[in-house]
Design a protein around this ligand. Structure first.
Ligand code: ACO
Length: 322
């Protein structure tokens, strides 16, 4: 039986941490540190400088993940980048990343768009490639520059997000590995979180910024995160108590608390980085994973439940032995 196993993690955050007070002052926002912390838990975030792209962040995260796994760039035979903020319409961020990493072996490279569920989707897809026997060593990446799609006059959204990237090396293994994955989407809920336009040749077509019905997203997220966690636990024949660490998409600390509570897990078993990173969309799960691995919290052999929810709406989870 072929399993897929994470053999290395890496992440990258651009520039210095920007605290709420500095962001509010720099952008002239009608907001306060108190409001942001109380409603979201977010205290700081990292934002890219001019000219820095998602493939730049991804390349740095991947170099760190490859070093952690002991693999060379040319060992990689599959690259999947989860992103909603690609460098270009095309070529894909994954193709640009392949070039930046100097991978010259013709490995397939493609982007996957499932917004904040992107990493859960990408991990599940890579798992299926590896289990099929067609590929042996994948780079699975989440990389985002959401600062480029924020309306800095909309205080209800612009304080919530940050930029960053996270990556894992996923390899074929005789020992488990990823035990179960589940993916879902329901396009009827497209309207509660979207970017309903774009910029073309410097001209805005429609509304090119992120728009969100915060309370509706909150309710939806808590429900589906609990459901999909149950689904992978049942598929793997486990109970929530068997999980060493829950690593949910980092949208809002109150969503994390509600999700842990619904699963009957103490919040201490949940990796929380949203207070320092903000919401980095598809990058948030691999960023949180890498930080916890490097801090020595997550160690080999532990059971992890990764789960995400995002625009579309999409949601998904992976249960694995690290
Ligand atoms: N500073 C000060 N006041 C603000 C701010 C701000 N930054 N943003 C909104 N407000 C005001 C609103 O204008 C409103 O004022 P009013 O009552 O005078 O009209 C008041 O605060 C309450 O607004 P609500 O939107 O009802 O506030 P709520 O308690 O729902 O919190 C929040 C808003 C934090 C966005 C919350 O709904 C939430 O966390 N939702 C989940 C959304 C999320 O995490 N999205 C991330 C992307 S989706 C994903 O990753 C899954």
């Amino acid at each position: 039986m072929i399993y897929s196993r994470i053999t290395g993690t890496g992440s990258y955050l651009p520039g210095p941490a920007i605290d709420n007070a500095s962001l509010i002052a720099a952008r002239g926002l009608d907001s306060s540190d108190e409001w942001i912390v109380e409603r979201t838990g977010i205290r700081t975030r990292h934002l890219v400088g001019e000219g820095v792209t998602g493939s730049d962040l991804a390349a740095e995260a991947c170099r760190r993940a490859l070093a952690a796994s002991g693999r060379a760039a040319d060992d990689v035979d599959l690259i999947i980048v989860a992103t909603s903020t690609p460098d270009y319409v095309f070529p894909s961020t994954a193709a640009l990343l392949q070039d930046k990493l100097g991978i010259r072996n013709g490995a397939p490279a493609f982007d996957l768009q499932a917004v904040c569920s992107g990493f859960a989707y990408a991990l599940a897809v890579a798992d299926k490639f590896i289990r099929s026997g067609s590929h042996k060593c994948a780079l699975v990446v989440g990389s985002e520059v959401f600062s480029r799609i924020l309306d800095w006059n909309d205080r209800g959204t612009c304080v919530l997000f940050g930029d960053g990237a996270g990556a894992v090396v996923l390899e074929a293994s005789e020992t488990a590995g990823i035990l179960a994955t589940a993916l879902h989407a329901d396009g009827r809920h497209q309207g509660i979180l979207s970017v309903p336009g774009h910029v073309s040749g410097g001209v805005a077509i429609g509304d090119p910024f992120l728009r969100m019905d915060g309370p509706a997203v909150f309710k939806f997220a808590v429900r589906v995160l609990a459901d999909v966690a149950d689904e992978v636990l049942v598929a793997a024949g486990m109970k929530a108590a068997d999980i060493d660490w829950l690593i949910p998409h980092q949208a809002n600390v109150r969503i994390l608390q509600s999700t842990a509570k619904k699963l009957g897990l103490p919040i201490e078993k949940c990796i929380v980085t949203v207070e320092r990173h903000g919401n980095t969309s598809a990058a948030s799960i691999p960023l949180a994973l890498d930080e916890a691995v490097r801090a020595g919290k997550i160690v080999p052999g532990q059971r992890l439940l990764l789960e995400g929810v995002g625009g579309g709406f999409t949601w998904g989870a992976a249960l694995l032995v690290f």
